[in-house]
Design a protein around this ligand. Structure first.
Ligand code: ATP
Ligand code: MG
Length: 432
């Protein structure tokens, strides 16, 4: 019988990649915590209607990317393609949004049936952030400053840039849509196939088209900014002023529209040139209409999601993973003979009490001294602790530094923890 492989576009994250993922998750969680965000965990499966009603029937996601199936009761369920809809559903269901500001974040897998390629998968992971209950540009600006702080912590600042836009109210978009359709209809035959289709279904998405000729045609098209309502324009100006005051650089991209129907007013993307075609690492905006659209009280909201695979790819390819981010052992404890092995196990437990953040490997599996030392070396441990006959009778331990080239030495038990502290580098990022 043949072997069974993973589903195309759904990746295993292997042990040598996990430290980078943990580093990214830990760094993000720390920064979100610093701004008062709290984690929420939602199910991976929701009722299909939740996504249809929020993301929108004529979006790419709902039209062709969702993993939708009937469960045994005949209910239509969908693997979540994004987190905002489920987060709003959960917050509403549990009364979290009643007359208060809520700052929430979540992380986990999302599912979209797309064509797999570098930076684009069918199961991918996002960290999503949502702030409910605040309607002004002050919180939009804070959310962007928070993302900027994250890039700084990760060393990504020189490699990403911020694009922002306002897409106004639904009425403003409706008026603009008519003008855009009127203009593009004269060039219908020249548009790429997707855009021709979108002319009927979701014309604003044409602005997003990657087709060169379509983009050339758009040069003289009406612009959304000219159709903005006063409130959206003031909101956007307020946001720009705040970003200027904070010294956060951005570019206004009048063609930025986002692919989900629930956005209004502010939209933004952090993009990079270092990933090829899949250049958006973080995207979001304001969605003041969504909570009421899903049956709740009108509640202003702003949020974003970042694509973790893309960020991990960036950290790897730009060589930005700190040395301390690793899963290497600190100590490798080996005793010779049965008495030595028993003592090694006892000493290891004692050391785990004394230094709980260290990775301490105790040799198991027998073998001669040479092969044990080889295993100690291969474990990546900084120091091998050797308990042979002499050490047992003298109540000492021999310490052999494995990375630094320092001389091996034999120390008494009472000196042990202090000597080790001097030999080990500070507790690594990945465990701290
Ligand atoms: P794109 O324009 O790249 O298709 P999107 O507009 O569909 O992105 P969102 O739904 O806003 O993306 O998701 C936010 C972020 O999640 C994206 O900016 C990206 O980093 C990541 N992302 C989206 N789809 C995928 C995918 N299929 N594989 C990996 N990451 C993804
Ligand atoms: Mg997409």
């Amino acid at each position: 019988m043949g072997k069974i492989n993973a589903i195309r576009g759904m990746n295993d994250i292997l042990p040598d990649q996990s430290p980078t993922w943990q580093y990214l998750e830990r760094t993000t969680a720390r920064i979100l915590h610093g701004y008062g965000y709290h984690e929420i965990r939602m199910p991976v499966v929701e009722q299909t209607d939740l996504f249809k009603r929020s993301i929108g029937e004529v979006t790419d996601i709902v039209e062709k990317e969702m993993y939708t199936f009937e469960d045994r009761n005949g209910d239509s369920l969908t693997l979540r393609p994004e987190g905002t809809a489920g987060c709003v559903r959960a917050a509403e269901q549990h009364g979290l949004l009643y007359n208060q500001v809520r700052k929430l974040w979540y992380t986990g897998p999302m599912f979209r049936h797309e064509r797999p390629q570098k930076g684009r998968y069918r199961q991918f992971h996002q960290i999503g952030v949502e702030c409910f209950g605040l309607s002004g540009p002050d919180i939009d600006a804070e959310v962007l400053l928070m993302t900027a702080r994250l890039w700084k912590a990760l060393g990504l600042t020189p490699h990403v840039r911020l694009e922002i836009n306002s897409i106004g109210t639904p009425e403003a978009r409706r008026a603009y849509r008519e003008a855009l359709v009127a203009y593009l209809s004269d060039y219908r035959d020249e548009l790429d196939d997707d855009s021709q289709r979108r002319l009927e279904t979701n014309p604003l998405r044409i602005l997003d088209s990657k087709a060169q000729h379509t983009q050339a045609l758009l040069k003289d098209a009406p612009v959304l900014a000219d159709y903005l309502d006063d409130e959206s324009r003031d909101h956007f100006d307020g946001l720009c002023r705040r970003l200027d005051a904070a010294g956060l650089e951005y570019a206004v991209n009048p063609g930025l529209v986002r692919g989900l129907d629930y956005y209004g007013k502010t939209v933004f993307e952090w993009v990079t040139d270092s990933l090829g075609a899949q250049g958006t690492v973080c995207a979001g905006g304001r969605y003041d209409g969504l909570v009421s659209q899903l049956g709740g009280k009108p509640t202003p909201a702003v949020g974003f999601a970042m694509g973790m695979e893309r960020l991990v790819l960036m950290l790897e390819s730009l060589d930005l993973i700190p040395d301390s981010v690793n899963d290497r052992a600190d100590l490798y404890v080996l005793g010779m003979g049965e008495a030595g092995e028993a003592e090694a196990a006892r000493l290891s437990e004692h050391l785990r009490d004394a230094m709980p953040d260290r990775m301490i490997l105790t040799h198991c599996g027998g073998g001669g001294f040479k092969s044990r030392m080889k295993k100690a070396d291969r474990s990546g441990a900084a120091v091998a602790l050797i308990l042979g006959e002499d050490e047992l009778s003298g109540d000492t331990v021999t310490l052999k530094p494995l990375r630094s080239g320092e001389e091996q030495r034999t120390v008494s038990r009472s000196e042990l923890t202090e000597t080790l502290a001097g030999l080990l580098s500070p507790v690594s990022e990945s465990t701290a």
